[in-house]
Design a binder for this molecule. Structure first.
Ligand SMILES: Cc1ncc(COP(=O)(O)O)c(C=O)c1O
Length: 397
């Protein structure tokens, strides 16, 4: 069967044949089906979607909200997102700049498809969630990767903005930023955003900012957004999603904020893609925005106490290099002597019964690192750390 599939590969688009490996997905598959493996490799929380969101969706289904809807989403939801930006971000984002999509991933695909021509370059700040690089590949454009640097003295990730600017050429169509960052938890500050946007504005380069984790920043209500520093007409696309903050990963509901001139373009592209997100789920989305703040806080409290636990245990292990995550629900760490992260994550599964994500999945310069998702119960996290320690040895706490 496999041979037959491979033999037929030549019948597909050239770009499909040459897609780079997704080692994160490979390791997930490697762990699946193996007995007694704890997986902290998937990027989602353990909580189910809260009932008040599901109930609003049942209600919509019962009311027959099961027909085709507007391609760019229900006007009521687009307006609710505009109100949400006003309420939580203190920003004016009119609803004609908000385009609903079937997930943050789809928002990224639609956004990139609408701006990239073959052989354009996208400068991407890494480590980065691999699917975003994949979206660039599928659009037949190329990624130029600029890595964050790890400051050993302060155990923190930093961005050299000059390096991003120097990586831009006449072929650069977009700069891709994920802030807050999956997997490092690094958060871009407003000053760097302003500087980068000024630079991009002068050169007609798009900024595509994935802000899917912008409610998962510790000690703050929300992370800075490029929308804080942008003008309405700037070449800026901001991607967001219901997946993480409202525990709705399986719903596949996200959005894109663009300049007013993008409304028609995204509508056209979405029309030939999937004609917009499902109708009834959007009513759950409205409810999530209206009543979701207490749930977000509840999740943040659990994740913060899990960070404390992680830093107490893994953070004190003499073999482990780890930054205290400022944001997201990921810990990105390195174990002394384990340079081959793919072999290491396989060994963690085989010898420890614990599945994590290899750093090499997040860019060319991330070899040796591994990502752990700590959006789980304290009990599960403790058990997972026990298993990691079984392989790497115990910390001092
Ligand atoms: C940075 C980033 N963007 C987007 C997504 C996916 O969002 P969605 O579930 O809305 O497709 C993820 C998922 O892990 C992510 O890490």
């Amino acid at each position: 069967m496999l041979d037959k599939q491979n033999n037929n590969k030549g019948s597909f688009r050239r770009v499909v044949q040459s897609l780079s490996a997704n080692t994160a997905a490979d390791i997930l598959r490697y762990g699946w089906g193996k007995e007694d493996v704890i997986s902290l490799a998937q990027g989602e929380g353990c909580a189910p979607t809260p009932d008040f969101i599901s109930d609003a969706t049942y209600q919509a289904l019962k009311e027959g909200k099961t027909h085709y809807g507007p391609v760019l989403g229900q006007p009521a939801l687009r307006q609710e997102i505009s109100d949400y930006y006003k309420r939580v971000f203190e920003l004016d984002v009119p609803s004609n700049r908000v385009f609903m999509t079937s997930s943050g991933t789809t928002a990224m695909h639609l956004g990139l498809t609408s701006i990239l021509d073959t052989d354009d370059e996208v400068v991407a700040i890494t480590p980065i969630w691999k699917n975003l690089l994949g979206a660039v590949e599928v659009a037949e454009a190329h990624t130029v990767q600029v890595p964050l640097t790890y400051d050993d003295a302060n155990s923190a990730w930093n961005l050299d903005l000059e390096a991003v600017m120097s990586a831009c050429t006449s072929k650069t169509k977009a700069i891709l930023v994920v802030t807050p960052s999956n997997p490092t938890g690094w958060v871009m500050g407003t000053e760097q955003m302003k500087e980068l946007l000024d630079f991009a504005r002068e050169r007609n380069i798009w900024i595509v900012s994935d802000e899917v984790y912008n409610r998962a920043v510790y000690g703050e209500v929300r992370a800075p957004s490029f929308l804080d520093v942008a003008k309405e007409d700037d070449l800026l696309m901001v991607i967001n999603s219901f997946s993480k903050a409202w525990a709705m990963t399986g719903w596949r509901l996200g959005w894109l904020v663009g300049p007013p001139c993008a409304e028609e373009v995204i509508r056209d592209i979405a029309l030939y893609d999937n004609m917009g997100p499902p109708t009834f789920t959007q009513f759950g989305g409205i409810k999530a925005l209206q009543d979701g703040e207490a749930f977000i806080q509840e999740q943040m409290d659990l994740w913060q106490s899990n960070i404390d636990l992680l830093m107490k245990r893994l953070g004190t292990n003499p073999r482990v290099k780890i930054a205290n995550p400022k944001s997201t629900f990921y810990a990105f760490f390195k174990v002394d002597g384990e340079e081959d992260c793919l072999a290491f994550t396989k060994r963690l599964i085989d010898e420890g019964g614990i599945s994590l994500t290899p750093g090499c999945a997040f860019g060319n310069d991330c070899k040796g690192w591994v990502r752990l998702c700590f959006a789980v119960s304290e009990e599960k996290l403790n058990k997972a750390i026990d298993r990691i320690e079984k392989v790497i040895g115990v910390g001092e706490a």
